[in-house]
Design a protein around this ligand. Sequence first.
Ligand SMILES: NC(=O)c1ccc[n+]([C@@H]2O[C@H](COP(=O)([O-])OP(=O)(O)OC[C@H]3O[C@@H](n4cnc5c(N)ncnc54)[C@H](O)[C@@H]3O)[C@@H](O)[C@H]2O)c1
Length: 391
Amino acid sequence: MTNHKYKIGIVGCGGIANAHMEGYNKINNVEVVAATDPVEMARDGYIHDYNIPNGYETIQEMLDDAQPEIVSVCVWHLLHDPVTVEVAKGKSVKGIICEKPMAIGMGRADRMVEACEENDVKLIISHQRRFTPGWQKARELVQKGAIGIPLRADLRVKDGLANWGTHSIDGARFVLDDPKALWVMGSVERNSEKHERGTVIEDSCMGLIHFEGGLQFFIQSDLWDNNCDAGKFFIRGTEGMIHITETKVKLFNASTGGWEDVDLGLKDGDKAIGGNSNAAQTLELIEWIEGGPEHRGSGRKARDTVEIMMAIYESARFNKVINLPLKEKEYPLEKMIEEGKLPISIEGKYDIRGFIDWANIDTEKYKNLRDDGLSHGESMRILHQENRNKN
Ligand SMILES: NC(=O)c1ccc[n+]([C@@H]2O[C@H](COP(=O)([O-])OP(=O)(O)OC[C@H]3O[C@@H](n4cnc5c(N)ncnc54)[C@H](O)[C@@H]3O)[C@@H](O)[C@H]2O)c1
């Protein structure tokens, strides 16, 4: 890695942008020079909190004026593709770290990859858990044959397939060396007008994913397990089993004498979101920019996770097994709704992440709470609760 200090720009100054800053603050070869957010409160609070010299209302102003070389895209899902495409055209831009889920629909995901390739920009998707000690150790153990031939991964998530499922599917793919998915069978329920960060989502769903060599994943989302987590899954093989989280791994095979906690040598800052994982993710991007190997979380790899999720919806849409590659380029869940395949029995649009929305937030009160030392997230929760109490 060279000694070059990369200029960083942030798009979207909300919750996850704090995790990006945590990562940037842990490494020497970056300098965060600018942030953009159309919401003045969000932008001003963020540049103030992190001592960032420039704040802009629009992305174009930031690209023209601050000339960032790496840009963090920290906006809601449906903005990931238009923002990534816009940023990729920025003359100074060499790398983009876009948040998960990469995109809602294959057309959008592939446009992101194409725009970045056309502009010689390295695109990664922030499935930052690929850098956690638990997932890395599990990958190493599986590769050494600790569970024999992997047969089945069991994934349980909630709060929307695209929201948490993307991490879990991506994680099992990482641990199992990004196997090639061949077909998907899925089932979807949507009786209510559920959304997540402005995206239409299902009430619940499940999917069976079949990979080359006979490996399968089974994923259930928003069904019975409320203790589930985006980063937790279980893999069974011919010779053993492994429980995986970002910071804990338990192995069972002929030589462990029952379930054994695997020593991960955890360090300060090892966690699922932010800290060491976001820092390591950035360093590997810089290596890729400087001619090193493709990033483990590249857009090309992440688009395969999007394809699996979209194929689960597509399978439910047509009640059949979907062979990959997926032909549908749009969002199959939205298509099902348009086609009348998911009639609503509980009226009223709602968003399970409504508590982070800037709409209807009292700017003066927000500012006062921040001045009192509360974090962005704490302040938003209080103000949304006040709004609910009023209604
Ligand atoms: N990788 C992870 O573990 C992880 C965790 C949480 C969230 N996320 C992802 O991060 C993304 C953002 O989620 P969040 O919780 O931070 O949302 P948030 O609402 O807290 O922040 C989003 C910010 O983007 C701003 N914004 C909207 N349009 C913009 C535009 N055109 N240009 C610049 N800024 C704009 C909003 O004003 C807001 O301040 C989501 O896609 C979410 O899935 C990832």
